[in-house]
Design a protein around this ligand. Sequence first.
Ligand code: BYC
Length: 315
Amino acid sequence: MKEINLTELEAAFQSKLDREIRIEPNDWMPADYRKTLIRQISQHAHSEIVGMLPEGNWITRAPNLRRKAVLLAKVQDEAGHGLYLYSAVETLGADREETIDDLHSGKAKYSSIFNYPTVSWADMGAIGWLVDGAAIMNQVPLCRCSYGPYARAMVRVCKEESFHQRQGFEIISKLALGTPEQKEMAQDALNRWWWPALMMFGPNDADSPHTQQSMNWKIKRSTNDELRQLFIDVTVPQAELIGLTIPDPDLKWNQETGHYEIGTINWDEFWAVVSGNGPCNRERVAARKKAKEDGMWVREAALAHAEKRKARQAS
Ligand code: BYC
């Protein structure tokens, strides 16, 4: 039998990337490609699960039954996204429990955006409009990610995210076009969420250690700055449409480039939040740990039930 050497495996992997053929779980892949995917997909999964907390905070205080039902469905969707993504991580050979432990120990990151507090109902609008809006910009290109299970999970996630973005824009526009007090709530939410939403796309390309390699591997299809710009160009006119002001005195339209230009992002704030020192980091991780401890008896009962069934089938 012909011996396959590493160079041939690498060439076959590269040829698949070049021909836009997806890499599947049982295919050979470079160790660093696998490591990058485990890092990105597990952090993405953690973001979905931690992302349930800021909005979960308002389910019991939604202003009416319709709003409550819609918010509940949205938060449940985020749980579903987390589950698809943890499953995608498992296809790479990672252990789900270990990845969750990494979140709880602070070793693994999750999106910076979920370390900000949700202090008013208008924040539910701002999150759907801006946070889910940014998530869609980031995730639509991931539907073309070179790794099959991640790309396929993203197709469904993006469909649900676009519903989320619309529900958010509906809330924020209702408030913005409502009473002066309601408009003030909407503006206040935009003031607090605008800059953190821009930070979701990650550091500027020049300061992003992973972007170039991930683009070469076709894990990422656009750079952090490209996606951030796309989001700004789409979102600024939406704010104008509903009479809200983007909290950036340096924001201007550049006729020549056909893009908006923004002021400077506070990268010190971003790195402080990413390294565990944002307004809610400790609270978020503590809530996840508590949920795991509180759910322990359910997992134990499910395992005991499964064992019993196996024993019964064997006898
Ligand atoms: N927050 O070289 P870079 C959602 C880290 S949830 C925290 O650019 P990369 C939703 C980065 O991990 C949204 N950390 O990295 C849920 C890296 O650190 P490590 C989550 C960040 O991976 C509920 C370092 O900074 N979406 O949709 O090439 C409700 C250098 O960065 C952040 C995803 O996870 C950040 N914002 O690019 C509503 C999408 N940015 O790992 C909505 C999938 C960067 O070396 N992920 N870092 O320690 C991605 O597309 C990419 O991983 C990123 C970063 C664009 C986020």
